[in-house]
Design a protein around this ligand. Structure first.
Ligand code: GLU
Length: 423
């Protein structure tokens, strides 16, 4: 991890990208060099190699990670990703982004992330459960409701969080709902958590449009990814009267210039497990998808989707980052030069961890809120964060990513400085 010379260059290494972003903000806000050094590296990282008994009787070895980036503002918080390409630098970047994200929305957590290199689509339900339980057991030295609270991310869901909660609870000998968020309602999950990230994306999209004299109804929207984030966001956009003209998932992309009936598409996807063949839109090549002319482009899949190669051809007014790390730093520069406003991941997709915070509070208190309470508290946090980031962008004459980092990094720096360096 030699990071003495951070230049803005195109790379697909997410941790290099995160450090480039940190460098940009350090220069913009004159960050204390000692604090910058602290934030360049995760506080602690655990790599675990562990066996899982497969259905055919064989034993397969898996590698997983849990990284705590910075704990100055509170216990470690962040999702767990199950994906074939998950590796340590990706998890480090995602953990760093969680530190910034929690600080941008001002919730009392430090940043963490975890992951297992595996393809959950290729595992049976039994294999997935055994993998989840063994991984949980391997990282349990880090976990706890006041230490480290995981949540879903790419490739994981409420069921996996339920297995995690049960495994941890079996180990400590009593039920501990607050050790994980994004769990099912039946075991202390929160109303509104499943769609919270998508709801937050729509809220900041609306605020970004309003700030430029626009509005959601009749805006043309392109959503990449139709999972927990993209699917929920598309449905809320559709309900708000916006026109979702194109959507995609790993299998392909759909286009309808008059707007796609997202509720019908969700029903089709539930039934067929794919978007392909939906009668209410035309298939389009995935290569052309991100360059579809639109008002709002919502990358809500994986990292490194908007790069120096395709950024010059993006024809959106706004990019609202539902995914973590969808835009590379050189692409950011190109978009800015072309007048495309990027609302960064650490702000745009912070609705998920915000409702995770609400879920954690409810689990600790064993006192539960209605969906309306959750949604209205989420709305006020997202709007406030958007306004604070926008004010920082004006103050520093910078783009929204740099502004969001200035807001987030300042809060983390204040916490580090208030606590002091031990011993
Ligand atoms: N995985 C989500 C994210 O990247 C949610 C994390 C959480 O709720 O802890 O923000």
């Amino acid at each position: 991890m030699d990071d003495s010379s951070t230049k803005i260059t195109e790379t697909t290494n997410s941790f290099e990208i995160a450090k480039q972003q940190l460098q940009i903000v350090a220069d913009a806000m004159d960050l204390n060099p000692g604090v910058h050094e602290i934030l360049k590296r995760p506080q602690r990282e655990l790599t675990v190699n562990f066996p899982v008994k497969m259905d055919d009787g064989s034993i397969q070895e898996f590698t997983g990670y849990r990284v705590h980036h910075n704990l100055a503002r509170g216990p470690a918080k962040g999702g767990i990703r199950f994906h074939p390409e998950t590796e340590i630098d990706e998890v480090r970047a995602l953990a760093l982004w969680m530190t910034i994200k929690c600080a941008v929305v001002n919730i009392p957590f430090g940043g963490a992330k975890g992951g297992v290199a595996c393809d959950p689509q290729k595992l049976s339900s039994g294999e997935l459960e055994r993998l989840t339980r063994r991984y949980t057991s391997e990282i349990s030295i880090l976990l706890g409701p006041d230490k480290d609270i995981p949540a879903p991310d790419v490739g994981t869901n409420g069921q996996i969080m339920a297995w995690l909660m049960d495994t941890y609870s079996q180990q400590v000998g009593h039920t501990v709902p607050a050790v994980v968020t994004g769990k099912p309602l039946a075991i202390g999950g929160s109303e509104g958590r499943v769609e919270a990230t998508g709801r937050g994306v729509v809220t900041v999209a609306r605020e970004a449009l309003l700030a430029s004299g626009g509005q959601l109804p009749d805006s043309r929207i392109v959503v990449q990814g139709f999972g927990n984030v993209g699917g929920a966001a598309a449905a809320l956009f559709f309900r708000s009267g916006a026109k979702v003209i194109a959507v995609s998932d790993v299998n392909g992309a759909l286009f309808n210039p008059k707007g796609i009936d997202i509720l019908a598409l969700q029903a089709y996807q539930r039934e067929t497990k794919t978007l392909i063949g939906f009668p209410g839109a035309e298939p389009i090549p995935t290569e052309d998808f991100l360059t579809t002319p639109c008002d709002l482009l919502i990358p809500a899949a994986l990292q490194n989707q908007i790069t120096a190669a395709n950024a010059p051809h993006i024809k959106a007014r706004f990019v609202i980052e539902g995914a973590n790390g969808p835009t590379t730093p050189p692409a950011d520069i190109i978009l800015r030069e072309n007048g495309v406003t990027v609302v960064p991941d650490v702000l745009a997709n912070a609705g998920g961890v915000t409702v995770s915070y609400f879920e954690w509070v409810q689990s600790l208190q064993s006192f539960f809120w209605s969906e309306n309470e959750v949604n209205s508290k989420l709305e006020s946090i997202m709007v406030k964060a958007f306004q604070q980031v926008q004010a920082a962008a004006k103050r520093h004459s910078c783009d929204l990513r740099t502004a969001a980092y200035i807001v987030g990094v300042s809060r983390v720096a204040d916490a580090i400085q208030a606590r002091g360096i031990y011993p």
